[in-house]
Design a protein. Structure first.
Length: 81
């Protein structure tokens, strides 16, 4: 299933969003993170059906949620433009 394919970074991303029960971390990660990359997971599942000529975007699905938890907007210094 898709939930089993979610990397640990996706679970960490969902956990940081704070909308999770302790016993539902994987299910919440599916809701919080895979909504951005659902098309990638579906592409991976259907790639065996004739889409093998396209590059596999597996790194994208693992990088989006991981970066979402790490990169936070920083306020610009007042003296710089």
């Amino acid at each position: 299933s898709i939930i089993q394919d979610i990397p640990a970074s996706a679970v960490a991303c969902a956990y940081q969003m704070g909308d999770i029960s302790v016993g539902q971390r994987q299910a919440a990660s599916a809701k919080a993170c895979t909504h951005r990359t659902w098309h990638v997971h579906i592409w991976q599942m259907t790639s065996a059906n004739g889409m093998q000529n396209q590059p596999m975007p597996s790194r994208i699905s693992r990088g989006v949620c991981a970066s979402a938890g790490r990169h936070r907007p920083r306020p610009a210094p007042i003296g710089q433009r």
